[in-house]
Design a protein around this ligand. Structure first.
Ligand code: SAM
Length: 286
């Protein structure tokens, strides 16, 4: 059994836009700890000044996280209390801090998390796409090939998916979602949540892209993308007429072409039909 220490690391979420979203407990902790560890000193100073809090700040970002974690562990071992904050939202959620937390657990140092703002969960709560199971994917990869590979691997993900995205890539990413996942998949864009120009808008992927392209301001600022999960076509839901058309076409064309023509004749989603037929390939389709 490791020795245990009296130092405590508090994980303190901060507002993602509206400063009134800070909790009174967060303010008490920020006021009373020995050290606040911030991702950006300038940014956190603005927050502290707003709430009239004076305290010592130490910088920890992705560049110095390893070195700084060792130094902070020494402080915690001495019995100091530390609050970890990021620029906005919950620390560690696509922000630095995980290494420090891991080390705290290793050295048996108490870690106390505070609940509070997080863009992913706030966006999800308003998306109308929540069905009790979701997955958080963080930022979509910036390289097109990596992004497309990831999206393709998620095309049959049944849970609601949450992504962070930059305003510079949003149009490209929605286009990739259309190509790799499904042009008809429902997507919600939650932008500038809790801020003055907050907006939440959802539609099927192609219509959403069209809508975004109409006005530049519609994709300005900070963005969360929520994608509805994949819905499997159940056997009983597929019309026998659709299957019949497919089977006739299949005698003359490739599998893919038959799916495409069938989906156009019967006005059904080609990806869903494709997935259904692939799943049932072993029985009656071939
Ligand atoms: N730790 C933060 C959290 O708990 O949400 C996330 C940090 S991550 C570096 C920043 C990304 O979160 C932004 O690029 C954006 O995708 C999303 N985000 C942060 N604030 C937001 C807001 N007010 N509205 C929409 N998205 C936001």
């Amino acid at each position: 059994m490791n020795e245990s220490y009296i130092g405590i690391l508090y994980i303190v979420p901060t507002p993602i836009g509206n400063l009134s979203d800070i909790t009174s407990r967060a303010l008490i902790i920020l006021k009373n700890v020995n050290i606040i560890v911030a991702e950006n000193i300038y940014h956190t100073n603005i927050l502290l000044q707003h709430f009239n809090i004076k305290n010592s700040l130490i910088l920890m970002n992705k560049d110095n996280e390893k070195k700084q974690s060792d130094h902070l562990i020494d402080k915690l071992k001495e019995g100091q209390t530390i609050a970890l904050v990021s620029n906005a939202g919950t620390p560690v959620i696509n922000d630095p801090g995980n290494l420090l937390i891991k080390k705290c657990h290793f050295f048996n140092i108490q870690v106390i998390p505070l609940p509070g703002p997080c863009a992913a969960i706030t966006a999800l709560s308003a998306s109308g796409l929540m069905k009790n199971r979701f997955c958080y994917e963080g930022f979509l990869p910036s390289k097109k090939k990596n992004r497309c590979d990831l999206l393709y691997s998620l095309r049959e993900e049944t849970r609601t998916m949450i992504f962070y995205e930059s305003k510079y890539r949003i149009l490209e990413s929605i286009q990739d979602i259309i190509e790799q996942i499904d042009e008809n998949r429902h997507i919600v864009i939650a932008r500038e949540i809790t801020k003055k120009w907050e907006s939440i808008y959802g539609d099927k992927a192609t219509s959403l892209l069209q809508w975004l392209k109409e006005e530049k301001y519609r994709y300005k600022g900070e963005i969360v993308i929520i994608i509805d999960g994949f819905k499997q076509i159940k056997n009983k839901n597929i019309d026998q007429k659709i299957l019949h058309t497919f089977l006739i076409l299949k005698k003359f064309c490739s599998f893919k072409t038959s799916v495409l023509i069938t989906s156009q004749i019967h006005k059904v989603n080609k990806n869903n039909l494709y997935q259904y037929l692939i799943k049932n390939k072993s029985d009656k389709i071939n």
